[in-house]
Ligand binder design. Structure first.
Ligand code: HEM
Length: 489
């Protein structure tokens, strides 16, 4: 009976309610909610440095000396809703914090997807909406791309659709989306972050479905937005709650996506976009799995890209010299197109945007929009159940790796901006290893195309003097950066 009960509760066979695991000293925060709000809304550098001051040594026996066995791990503990346990709504989770100087923690996972740690996002509501493991029930944690052999398959299919080779054929689609978006903002005061989320959503649709298949963009958008409102809600599935609405919207989204899949099937699937790649017959994913993973990719693509674009708008507006240099690079590309000929951007044009690309990289570093991510120790670490968190933000802002790691001011002058290639494992805006971002080429393309048209045809100005960073949980400029944008005279 005991083993069946432990299995049903998803607890390890060695679980004992009386056995207390050794934990470093420190507070567990408030009952029930722990320090969840602080971790999601405060500056992670300040939050973690307080914890790191009280750090203890933790031996990670599998890592070996080269990976820094015995590195310092801070005593952060926080409570977060977890779907690992069906015992309570919330389960106690202990989080380990990696020392910024140690480079990547638990390299095995980051580089090969292997044993010691696995990716687990915090938050039951979020997990409930992310793709499931193959054959998993509703209580299993969701991931952007689920783990194990199923992850390997999905990753191959996703990479096939978003590799540089595939993305080069998407320039026209992304450009049309950018031009249309800019036209809609002309002469208006806009909330940059909200509008960039809309742009990133439209680019995601173009790259997932191509331009022919999206016959219900508005309904897709409305349903996805309702789903998104439930991502950080309390996981209470009762009518009237955000979580309940989100679950309903997810089902509506799934219905729309299966109509799109059916229509594509009638026309014959081609592997030129994500839908085509996921529908590839040999791999035989079910319609449900295809929809599930499309929703996961939209989630991964949207706020991330929107935050980076918003920071770029801010940094360039605050540094006229840098803006001038970027504009000159883009003007040069525009001038190189002979009048009367096709004026659309080509992949070759994109490759010429060297300075703009560097400013993009510097923005990724300075803004570090994804401050950290989650891993959970599964074996050979001293403290069972700890979340292990690579703190990208701390690493990107460490003076040991970047000579001038300021975060709230614009990148330095154009000539200094990202000239020196960073040391290995010190620049990870797209993560590293087994779960690194397969959408990085698309993100870069959509940024470069947008800034080509933005700098050559439009001007924009910041309308708020208030600076600062809001963690929501992605790092964005205060109040989403209201700006006024208009065509150049
Ligand atoms: C500037 C924009 C972006 C940034 C900074 C970013 C960053 C990241 C990071 C750091 C990870 C690793 C998370 C972890 O290890 O836990 C990740 C994963 C992922 N990203 Fe992105 N991302 C961006 C844009 C995109 C876009 C445009 C797409 C879609 C085309 C995308 C799709 C994904 C997917 C599917 C994963 C999960 C990969 C896996 O688990 O194997 N991302 N992203």
């Amino acid at each position: 009976f005991r083993s069946k009960l432990l299995q049903a509760l998803k607890l390890s066979p060695s679980f004992s309610p009386l056995r207390r695991l050794p934990l470093p000293p420190g507070s567990m925060g408030w009952p029930y909610i722990g320090e969840t709000f602080q971790i999601y809304s405060k500056n992670p550098i300040a939050f973690f440095s307080h914890k790191q001051k009280r750090s203890v040594s933790l031996s990670l026996s599998r890592c070996g000396p080269s990976a820094g066995a015995g590195r310092r791990i801070a005593d952060l503990k926080f409570m977060t809703p977890s779907s690992h346990s069906s015992r309570h709504l919330c389960r106690q989770v202990r989080a380990g914090v990696q020392d910024a100087h140690a480079g990547m923690p638990l390299r095995d996972d980051f580089q090969s997807g292997g044993g010691q740690v696995r990716l687990v996002y915090a938050g039951q509501a979020l997990q409930a909406h992310l793709p499931r493991q193959q054959g998993a029930d509703d209580r299993a944690p969701g991931h952007l791309l689920p783990a194990g052999p199923y992850h390997n398959l999905l990753r191959r299919l996703v990479l096939r659709a978003f590799s540089a080779e595939a993305i080069r054929h998407k320039v026209a689609g992304v450009e049309a989306t950018a031009v249309e978006a800019l036209r809609s903002w002309d002469g208006r005061l806009i909330n940059a972050y909200q509008e960039m989320k809309s742009y990133a959503f439209n680019v995601a649709l173009v790259s997932i479905f191509g331009r022919e298949d999206i016959f219900c963009t508005e309904e897709l958008k409305q349903s996805y937005y309702a789903l998104e409102r439930g991502y950080n809600s309390m996981p209470i599935n009762l009518p009237g709650t955000l979580f309940h609405d989100a679950m309903r919207s997810r089902r509506r989204l799934e219905r729309m996506l299966s109509e799109i899949i059916a229509s594509r099937r009638q026309r014959g699937a081609e592997a030129t976009d994500l839908l085509g790649s996921l529908m590839d017959n040999e791999k035989s994913l079910s319609d449900e799995q295809i929809s599930d993973n499309i929703i996961g990719v939209i989630f991964a693509a949207r706020d991330t890209t929107a935050s980076v674009i918003t920071w770029l708008l801010k940094y360039l507006a605050e540094d006229p010299k840098l803006l001038e240099a970027v504009t000159e690079e883009q003007e040069e590309i525009r001038r190189s197109k002979r009048e009367g000929e096709d004026e659309c951007l080509t992949w070759d044009d994109i490759r010429k945007m060297q300075l703009t690309s560097r400013v993009f990289q510097e923005t990724l570093r300075a803004a570090s929009i994804l401050s950290f991510t989650f891993r959970e120790a599964v074996e050979d670490v001293e403290y069972e159940g700890w979340k292990v968190m690579p703190l990208f933000r701390n690493i990107h802002h460490s003076p040991d790796f970047f000579p001038n790691p300021r975060s709230s001011t614009p990148p330095d002058s154009a000539s200094l901006c990202f000239q020196v290639t960073p040391k290995p494992n010190t620049f990870m805006p797209f993560g590293n290893g087994a779960h690194s971002c397969p959408g990085n080429e698309l993100a870069k393309l959509e940024v470069l195309v947008l800034f080509h048209h933005l700098t050559t045809k439009y001007r924009w100005s910041l309308t708020e003097s208030k600076s600062g960073v809001q963690f929501s949980p992605f790092a964005i400029p205060m109040n989403g950066l209201p700006i006024r944008l208009s065509l150049k005279a």
